[in-house]
Write a protein that binds this ligand. Sequence first.
Ligand code: SF4
Ligand code: SF4
Length: 367
Amino acid sequence: MINYIKESPLNILIQPTDNCNLECLYCYKGNKGNNKMSDDLMLKVLTESIAYNSKRKNSTLFIWHGGEPSIMPLSFYYKAFRFTENINSEYRISHTFQTNGYLISEELLDLFSQFKVSISISLDGPANYHDKIRFTKNKKGTHKVILNNIEKAKRKDIEIGILMSITNNNVQYIEQIFRYCYDNNFSFGINPISSDLFSKHEDLEVHPQKYLESCIKVFDLWFFQKKNPIRANPGFGVTQLILSQNRISDCFLSENCQYTFISIDPKGNIYPCNRFDNNEGFKFGNILNTDLEDILISPTRIKLLERCGNIIPECQNCEIRKYCNGGCMHHAICHNENINSPDHLCIVYKALIKHALSRINSVLITN
Ligand code: SF4
Ligand code: SF4
């Protein structure tokens, strides 16, 4: 029997709505709905999540995601942040907000500033590229408005991260976006566009070789910063993974992402991660009729928790298995229709870990 209740903190991704104001070309959400989480459900989610983590002496991170979370009314977030602030927990409770950055108002930014909520905004390149991929329902580009909103957030001293989705066509802009983040003291991360459970994004899906090029680029930009370094991933994350001997990792390079991650949709359905939303076969349960503690021991979750490098035949003799463990299970199911198969980005992880090890060793030898 596997030890499915690990001591690691369970990060809670909340999707207060499945609606979105944009029509990005590579969206993995399938048909967007118009569901909104009720205040009562949100308070139940916060209460049970904090209780679950506190019982295990762990902190709780809430990741507000979507759809587009800024569609929800201000009062919803005021209630949420005020509620967690008033909980007298000995363990840290924090919030981060993943947004397309188009609708964030001054009032919402004031709330983030008041409750120390960090934000992560999607930016895929300069306007001439970004606007072809990330646009409104009327096909209007979003770059200008987003940059303007980032400036507003910066003036309010909000912690900002930029997330760049990588396709085959924007690798050349990585350095430009990194420099923008560096100059503004924002963190930076990249994310590979991949086919999903609803659609094949064959034209946009990044080829593993191109993605490897992107990862090495970001790693080195991060590694060779001279002063006032920013956090950039996969550089920071992979180094942390290696130096912590696998204790701290990003989801896709963890022993099993399910030890540390769940996603809750606007109706209270719980999935392994937002990538599996609306997929009945991957639903763990619904928090409106079952306690979170019981949902987390559902047979569907236990089955996913069994996935690791030991049981994936292709991974068994891999020299970096202790760092990778098969990669992302969503990638595995979308590309191979088999959860217990390796991520299609396997060659990226192998080369990236080797690259990171050699960079880290070069510093250790020099010093
Ligand atoms: S399924 Fe993939 S994207 Fe989702 S949490 Fe796991 S590793 Fe991360
Ligand atoms: S790098 Fe590839 S073979 Fe090695 S553990 Fe990861 S997915 Fe498996």
